[in-house]
Design a protein around this ligand. Sequence first.
Ligand SMILES: [Zn+2]
Length: 189
Amino acid sequence: MSSNIRINKICEFCGNDFIAQTIKTRFCSQKCGSKSYKARKRDMTNDVPEETSEGMRSYDLEVLKKQDFFTVMQCCEIFGISRRTIFRMIARNDLDIVKLGRRTLISKESISSLFVVQKPVAEDDENKTIDFDLDGCYTIAQAQAAYNISQSGLYLIMKKYDIKKITSGKYTYVQKKDLDVYLKGIDHE
Ligand SMILES: [Zn+2]
């Protein structure tokens, strides 16, 4: 028995009306069927098409570290893990992700919390909270001017007396009171 069913349907890929021969037909043509299949396959495996095969891109790690979100590829590079691992973590809800079109962005916080890698080397210095009131501070340049001392001379003294400094933005600050102790009495000609 040949089927004489004719069903008006809309192609799931191109959206055109077509007459389907069976209830299960979803596409107007084989072409749409295979295009849809490919598109789905691409969506499932990845977000950043094609980049992978030619190996990793080189990213500027310094720039990357300032980003709040990473692509999957960037995560691979920064943390040295495979895409598969990342997708597995996403599937387990271990990572906070944001979808941007087809791209998946991963929040830096969520991924770095999974690794201990991120510890800055100078952690000790940074965690020692000194009450730095920037009003009571000199930048290095200001300190040089105030005490009429060369930069190397200043650093020497800071090192010698273990004077704390703090970096904020582009500037390094030193507390006036710390310097005063050692430099007030010194007369520079
Ligand atoms: Zn179609």
